[in-house]
Design a protein. Structure first.
Length: 316
């Protein structure tokens, strides 16, 4: 502990880990602090039932494992079932899975393998976690300590109750640095939103992106980052995206430069959440599309179809 004069506070550089896709990095970061996941920090990913939490997070793990080590704690199903369902086509040696449900064992394994990205699916299945304020604080201290020692990012997965609140206690959102909610888009089958309602210590809250389930995997539909004047595509080696994703995104960037209409797509606005309900508020309601949005919707679908044919924008 120490006392600092405001002119002598040392600078602390924020180190980031790219998700492997620019749109997801944009959601999590900002121009001032950088883009992507923050190392030595915690995020909470809460999703509705059936929205595809595990499938989406597994896609992130597969992208990150192409250049960094990943450790996935699968506590919702057996390791064998998880492998057969999600990891049939993985071809690298950076993806590790564990079924250790004790936080003591998890800490020992994280220190042993030294991953850059750790997933706990789900925090509600950890033995020492009961949802009480006491265990929330204890788990937070332990996870933050090991994240700081190893230099990794830890993502905690949880569920949303029927009313849209986080399962696991009202204090759970206060345990982490960023809270991301995954909610279904009722206007399109298989589509869903990843949204940061209010808490993002290392970025800007209120942003959202749109994704959709395909037979091949999860595809990113939105291109909101191109409408952000602060967005700059991170140079290597900060981010090394899969070849197919990089190629498609570079094509979109060049086309957006020629035709600003590509980057200025209309998306439903997210309603503002009252301050007194921010920490445990349900996913935001999406306003009905405007008349002009409905008119141009066929062109939007055509653009998605063309993008899908090129094989780009997938989280895998």
């Amino acid at each position: 502990m120490a006392v600092y004069n405001t002119t002598n506070i040392p600078d602390v550089k924020i180190s980031r880990l790219s998700s492997g896709h620019g749109e997801i990095d944009w959601l999590l970061g900002s121009k001032a602090d950088g883009w992507g996941l923050v190392k030595k920090s915690l995020t909470l990913w809460g999703g509705e039932a059936g929205v595809g939490k595990t499938r989406f997070i597994n896609g992130l793990c597969k992208m990150i494992s192409k250049r960094e080590r990943v450790l996935f704690y699968q506590l919702e199903m057996t390791v064998q079932s998880f492998r057969n369902k999600y990891l049939k086509n993985i071809t690298n040696n950076n993806y590790f899975i564990s079924d250790s449900s004790s936080i003591v064992d998890q800490v020992a394994e994280i220190k042993k393998y030294g991953p850059s990205f750790v997933v706990i699916d789900s925090i509600n299945k950890v033995k020492e976690f009961t949802g009480s304020d006491k265990t929330i604080k204890e788990c937070e201290a332990i996870y933050r300590s090991v994240a700081s020692q190893v230099g990794c990012h830890i993502a905690l997965i949880t569920h949303l109750n029927a009313e849209g609140t986080v399962k696991g206690g009202t204090g759970l959102p206060h345990m982490v640095d960023t809270v991301i909610t995954l909610s279904k888009n009722p206007g399109e089958s298989g589509a869903f939103f990843a949204h940061i309602p209010d808490k993002n210590r290392y970025g800007i809250p209120g942003k959202h992106i749109e994704l959709i389930h395909r037979d091949r995997g999860i595809q990113v539909l939105s291109e909101n980052r191109f409408s952000d004047e602060g967005w700059i595509e991170p140079p290597a080696p900060f981010v090394t995206q899969p070849v197919q994703v990089t190629q498609v995104e570079s094509n979109v960037s060049s086309q957006a430069a020629k035709n600003p209409g590509i980057s200025g797509r209309r998306w439903p606005e997210v309603s503002k959440i009252p301050e007194d309900k921010q920490s445990i508020s349900p996913p935001p309601r999406i306003k009905s599309p405007s008349a002009s949005y409905r008119i141009f919707r066929p062109f939007k679908r055509l653009w998605r179809w063309l993008k899908e044919q090129e094989g780009g924008g997938y989280v895998d």
